[in-house]
Design a protein around this ligand. Sequence first.
Ligand code: NAP
Length: 260
Amino acid sequence: MKKYKLGFIGYGNMAKAIIGGILKSGILDKSQIALSDPASKDSDGIFCTNDNDYVANNSDYLFLSVKPQVFKSINFSCTADCVISIMAGTDSAYIGKKLNMQGKVIRVMPNTPAQIGMGVAAIAVNGLDKKHNDFCKSIFDSVGQAYFIPEDKFDAVTCVSGSGPAYVYYFADAMIKGGIENGLDPEISKTLALGTIIGACEMIKAHPEIPLETLIQNVCSKGGTTIEAVRILERDDVCKTVVDAMTACRIRSEELGKEQ
Ligand SMILES: NC(=O)c1ccc[n+]([C@@H]2O[C@H](COP(=O)([O-])OP(=O)(O)OC[C@H]3O[C@@H](n4cnc5c(N)ncnc54)[C@H](OP(=O)(O)O)[C@@H]3O)[C@@H](O)[C@H]2O)c1
């Protein structure tokens, strides 16, 4: 057993969110965590150094939360039992080879709502044992929901949950603009649009047995108003546009993976 249970290389936005979840849910306390980050940062009572080697050799689990390009440019040795990486587009084989930790790398694809405890994360376990996999899952469950998904599906995961928050923000922005275009004050339009998106998502969650098509039909009474809006969405095949956008995202993720 090492001095720290969990060491972080990189203490930025995602690391802060994840540590917040870990502490809040009581998985670890501050004394079990070590951070390595170049500038001396306000680490809120958690041990912080700029020595990557020290953290990577004094932690049972090493968490890689630097930008992928930073990871490529730095070198340090690692004797952790297990490496957990959240770096986008950086596969576990590359990480394992660089750190001489082949077969000991868990790759995770989180998303930004983890910063408010509402993230969705895919975890590729790559043959590690249940103890390591379950510990990793508990970390990401502490900032949302985590699912075991094979790494060869990560480009598809990227186009759904990794990049997905941007599509929702885009749709929210469009709804707000639609409200303004049709006579509402910007603030009122924003309040109504965001409240509607959150309420509709909660309806989907509350009624998993109802197909989405039925939920749409339930709002579209014959001769009514909603059906006119949905008719335009279908005329312009907005569904196909969304699917095409996600395919472009998946292809770009594959390309980035090949560039490493
Ligand atoms: N944000 C997301 O939504 C999201 C989603 C999925 C995956 N990810 C992945 O999560 C990782 C972190 O993203 P982030 O948004 O948290 O980035 P970030 O806020 O930039 O955090 C990275 C941290 O690493 C520090 N750092 C730079 N060079 C370092 C070095 N040589 N050794 C140790 N630390 C170093 C940075 O310090 P300075 O700021 O001083 O340079 C910064 O504090 C990325 O690999 C990204 O691909 C992020």
